[in-house]
Design a protein around this ligand. Structure first.
Ligand SMILES: NC(=O)C1=CN([C@@H]2O[C@H](COP(=O)(O)OP(=O)(O)OC[C@H]3O[C@@H](n4cnc5c(N)ncnc54)[C@H](OP(=O)(O)O)[C@@H]3O)[C@@H](O)[C@H]2O)C=CC1
Ligand SMILES: N[C@@H](CCC(=O)N[C@@H](CSC=O)C(=O)NCC(=O)O)C(=O)O
Ligand SMILES: [Zn+2]
Ligand SMILES: [Zn+2]
Length: 380
């Protein structure tokens, strides 16, 4: 099958962020045809993740402007470049910000999902040949996370896209492009959570996903920690056993000390889902002496550093991190889509807000209101 637009530049709308801190502007853009080993996708839906806001706001040390943000999309393959065999025109696909080439040292290691094939140019906002496929007002526009889903058409590397079951609604499974998959993987790829105690710091989409999956694998106790009291009901709905608001503790009482007290020495596993380096420290220090493991999922602003007393590690706590949940997207996302279709993994519940494409800035504002788990944008 080939499309009428194959091989031609496509003129469409995209939300361009011209400079750090500015609102996005819906602009007419030109999207060049996919080159060798590239795929052009008509994006139908995209979620807005806090990492989009983090880069828009200027906190990302890799931020390059003007840029088309977005990395939680779902769409249909419009055309493919030479040598592409993994997807076909018409396939329903999810772009992947963590590529999977299956050939590089990282992919072959069996130890990580952090494929090295396109990461260097991706971080520069470019395609693997070091150029961009987007132009606006005659100016080159950067790609973002290798995905740029805030455009009606985008171009990605063939190692950065996966085809999914056409029965799955793209307005829901687009969230597997980041949030839900990140949270799911961070739990299922961490051995030992079954029967163990868990604390989850930050009850946004990521924290809720960690709670949901900890419940799925039958953690014995799941303590949700959030400064927003409105998150208690959400945490309980996804399977938390307890909710603690650090802001309500007596003056001077640290959250980690409180958690250690109520869990007979600390948690077996903790997760930071806030991106706040002080919370990351609390999550580590809430771990049980001798065996507690704390996973950093949140993304901290440029220049931020984490610290703790080394004694915390000497005495057996482990600090680790997780990107995209350790998930290899091309291999594992089709299975997650099937799990969703069979009702084993919840996605619909996370979509609290819907926005039309022209309202995308309102979608960013929704995120700050405290009642938004995920906003899905209809790109039509
Ligand atoms: N490593 C990875 O692969 C990925 C990382 N991320 C990162 O994960 C983080 C979470 O994302 P997301 O769930 O979308 O974000 P949200 O902002 O929706 O969720 C974070 C939650 O933490 C709460 N919070 C803020 N400060 C504290 C505090 N001091 N103690 C406890 N809770 C607090 C927030 O409350 P309030 O609403 O009041 O601010 C909010 O409910 C972000 O940093 C994001 O960039 C996202 C995807 C993938
Ligand atoms: N660009 C930032 C780091 C941003 C970051 O940590 N991204 C996460 C995904 S966040 C998704 O919403 C990630 O997977 N990182 C791994 C990677 O290879 O980028 C910076 O420079 O600090
Ligand atoms: Zn994200
Ligand atoms: Zn690779």
């Amino acid at each position: 099958m080939s499309s009428a637009t194959a091989g031609k530049t496509i003129h469409c709308k995209a939300a361009v962020c011209w400079a750090a801190g500015e609102d996005l502007k819906i602009e007419d853009v030109e999207v060049a045809p996919p080159q060798s080993h590239e795929v052009r996708i008509k994006i139908l839906y995209t979620g807005i993740c806090h990492t989009d806001e983090y880069t828009r706001s200027g906190k990302d040390s890799e931020g390059a402007f003007p840029v088309i943000l977005g990395h939680e999309g779902g769409g249909v393959v419009e055309s493919i470049g030479e040598g592409v065999t993994s997807v076909q025109v018409g396939d329903h696909v999810i772009p992947l910000y963590t590529a999977e080439c299956r050939e590089c040292k990282f992919c072959k290691s069996g130890k990580t999902n952090l494929c090295g094939s396109v990461r260097a140019t991706q971080g520069q906002g470019l395609m693997p040949d070091k150029t961009t496929r987007f132009k606006c007002k005659g100016q080159d526009v950067y790609h973002f996370m290798g995905t740029s889903t805030f455009s009606q058409y985008t171009v990605v590397a063939d190692v950065s896209v996966v085809a999914v079951d056409k029965k799955a609604p793209l307005e829901k499974v687009c969230l597997l492009g980041c949030g839900i998959t990140t949270a799911w993987g961070a739990v299922v790829k961490q051995p030992g959570i079954t029967g163990s105690t868990v604390a989850v710091f930050g009850v946004g989409a990521i924290g809720l996903g960690v709670i949901q999956t900890s419940n799925l694998v039958k953690a014995s106790r799941i303590i949700a920690v959030d400064t927003n009291p409105g998150k208690e009901a959400w945490a309980m709905k996804m399977g938390a056993t307890d909710f603690v608001n650090p802001a309500t503790l007596p003056d001077g009482k640290k959250i980690q000390d409180y958690l250690v007290e109520i869990t007979d020495g600390g948690l077996d596993y903790t997760f930071d889902c806030t991106g706040n380096v002080h919370v990351m420290r609390a999550a580590l220090e809430a771990c049980h002496k001798g065996w507690g493991i704390s996973t950093v999922i949140g993304v901290a602003a440029a220049g931020q550093e984490i610290s703790t007393r080394p004694f915390q590690l000497v005495t057996g706590r482990t600090w680790r991190g997780s990107a995209f949940g350790g998930v290899k997207g091309r291999t594992e996302i089709p299975g997650l889509v099937e799990d969703y279709l069979q009702g084993k993994v919840k996605i619909d519940e996370y979509v609290t807000h819907h926005r039309k494409f022209e309202e995308i800035n309102d979608g960013f504002h929704d995120m700050h209101a405290g009642d938004c788990i995920r906003c899905v944008v209809d790109m039509a």
